[in-house]
Design a protein around this ligand. Structure first.
Ligand SMILES: Nc1ncnc2c1ncn2[C@@H]1O[C@H](COP(=O)(O)OP(=O)(O)OP(=O)(O)O)[C@@H](O)[C@H]1O
Length: 255
């Protein structure tokens, strides 16, 4: 069967669905995320965001439907591993390793090559982790863990980076550094798939926002486009849009 996927989209899904015995987490999801853009993926708790990202990163098999990420089928884990980076809500870190050992280990695992040391040095410096790189991760604060986890996610220069609540636990300075790093990634052509409940972060960074509710995409557009979809005396905020489209009453904003 000929593929209907286009070359310019970094993430594409068609009718992507995940069913569990007692519920359907993701329903017939169609996504198209252009290369080099930031896609803000919003939705209430339990909407299906993590399930979607786990399918797009090869950690979970879809029940039906299909998808490609940077040209790799989401059913081809080996191909996906080279092109995606995933920062999950609870990042996989080894408490017994030092920060530096953790990053060296991941660089090795991901086959980063001869530039690994320089790349780690620069990212560790950028996130103000250099002074603590020799300490064991068990002694790290939540923010230090989160920063280390972000660095390990982007170490192999993936084509598409999936971030689940990346600013969680970060102080304002670190959160700003992270937002700048996300911008730097897209300047280099990387695509960022960003799931967060922090709406100002989405508003600042996202080129396009998709809102998931009960496993379905209920709204999609630029942050300004979504806000301006209804005429209103007061300024509509992204939070108003979010609350409206996820209210369960259909909302004023159709897709
Ligand atoms: N392993 C599982 N078995 C059964 N149901 C599951 C499983 N994992 C997730 N679910 C269900 O799928 C739905 C979507 O969950 P998911 O974690 O994807 O939501 P989310 O949008 O990431 O939520 P949050 O914002 O709270 O992180 C929920 O109803 C959840 O209970």
């Amino acid at each position: 069967m000929p593929s209907t996927f286009t070359d310019s989209d970094a993430v594409e899904t068609r009718a992507l669905t995940k069913r569990y015995p007692s519920s359907t987490a993701v329903r017939e999801l169609d996504l198209s995320v252009p290369e080099g853009s930031v896609y803000g993926f919003l939705g209430p708790n339990g909407a299906g965001k993590t399930t979607t990202m786990r399918m797009l990163t090869g950690l979970l098999d879809p029940t039906s439907g299909e998808g490609h990420v940077a040209g790799a089928s989401i059913r081809d884990r080996r191909a996906l591993a080279g092109v995606v980076g995933y920062l999950p809500e609870t990042p996989p870190l080894y408490d017994e390793l030092t920060g530096r050992e953790q990053l060296d280990y991941v660089a090795d695992l991901r086959d980063v090559g001869p530039d690994a040391d320089a790349r780690i040095d620069s990212l560790v410096e950028r996130f103000d982790l250099a002074g603590d790189a020799g300490k064991r991760i068990e002694a790290y604060s939540k923010g230090m863990r989160q920063k280390t986890a972000f660095v390990q996610t982007v170490l192999h220069d993936p084509d598409v980076v999936f971030l689940d609540e990346p600013t969680s636990g970060l102080d304002p300075r670190a959160a700003r550094t992270l937002r700048e790093e996300i911008r730097n990634l897209t300047d280099d052509g990387t695509t960022v798939f960003l799931s967060t409940h922090v709406l100002p972060v989405v508003e600042e960074l996202a080129d396009v926002v998709g809102v998931l509710s009960d496993g379905r995409l209920v709204a999609e557009g630029t942050p300004n486009g979504l806000k301006n979809r209804v005429e209103s005396d007061s300024d509509e905020t992204l939070e108003d849009v979010f609350l409206d489209v996820t209210s369960g009453h259909g909302g004023r904003f159709g897709r």
